[in-house]
Design a protein around this ligand. Sequence first.
Ligand SMILES: [Zn+2]
Ligand SMILES: [Zn+2]
Length: 335
Amino acid sequence: MKAWICILASMLLLVAGAEAQFPDPNGGDLERGTMPSHWMTGGPKCMEMPDWQVHEYNPNFYILRQSGCTDTEMPFLYLFFGKEQGLLWDTGSRNGNLAPAFQKIVHNWLERNHRSSIPVIVTHSHSHDDHTFGDAALQALQDPAIPIIFIPAKIPDTQAFFNIHVWPSSIGAVDLGDRVLNIIPIPGHDVVSIALYDQRTGVLLTGDSLYPGRLYVRDLSEFQASTERLIAFIQGKPIAHVLGNHIEQTSTPFLDYSIGSIYHPDEHVLDLTYGTLLELESALKSMNGEPRRMAMRDFTIWPLSPTESGLGAEMEEIYKRTQDKQLRDKWEQPK
Ligand SMILES: [Zn+2]
Ligand SMILES: [Zn+2]
C-alpha cells in the first residue's frame, strides 16, 4: 500500500513538474497582458466599422483583427516588438488595406519608445490567401522608419530565415533583440504551416491549425504528427494563450457560425489553452488514421480532400447562401 502511495505521489510530482513552471502565480517573469472582452466583427453597422481593430495586449505585443465588413475571413494578425526588430505575423485577407493601420501602430510605438526607425520582419502562419493578401502592399511600402524584411510563405524561405535545420522536425528561432521567438513547423493544414512561441509572453500562435472554429485538415497524418511535435516542444514551457487566426465558433459549446458569416454576435473567445491542444491531440488519435469530421466543444476537425482544392460543393453552397444574406444586411445587421 505504502509503495503505491509513493509511486502515486511521485507521479503527481512528475505531472506537477511538467506543468507548474513557476512556484506561485506571481513568481514568473512572463510579460503579462490582457485580451479584450470582445472583438468587433462585421457590424451591427458596417458604416461604423474600422477596417482593423487594434488591441494592445501589452506595450510590445499587438493583436489586429480585420473587419468582417471588408472580408468574411476576419483574420487575426500579430505584431511583436523586440529591442532591434519587429515581427508581423500575416498580412490579412482581401480588401484588408493593412499598410496604413500597420504604419500607424509602428509609428506610435516608435514615438512612445523615442526611436526613429525599426526594421519589421513580415512572415506568415501559412500560404493561404486570407493571410497573405496584403503581401504586395507591405513589400512595396516605402517608409524609411519601417524597413521591411519580407519572408515569402514558402518552405525554403521560411526554413532558411528561421534556421530550421530539417523541415519539419527541427525548431527554428529568431531573436528580435531581447525577445526570442521559436518557430515550429506544423504542416497538415497547409504544407508551409508554422507555429510561433514567444518566450517573453508565453503566447503560442497556431495559425489555422488550432483556433475556435473549423480546422480544415489536408493531410491527417502530417497534421497529427505536427500536433504531437508541437506538444513535445511546449513541454515544461509556460503557455499564457494559444492564439489562432480566426474565430468561427459561437460562445455556445459545439455551435459555430455558418461559413460566410460576417457578423458574429456572442463569439467564442480567441484564446485557447494548452488543454485545448491536448484535446486536439486526443481527438486526432481516436481517428486511428481515418479522416472524419469531429465536433469538439471549442473547435471542429474538418478533413478535406487531399487532391481537390477548395472546401467542397456542400460548403460552397452554404457560403454563398450565408454571404448573400449577410452582405445584404451589412449596413444594418439584425441584433
Ligand atoms: Zn488556411
Ligand atoms: Zn485562414
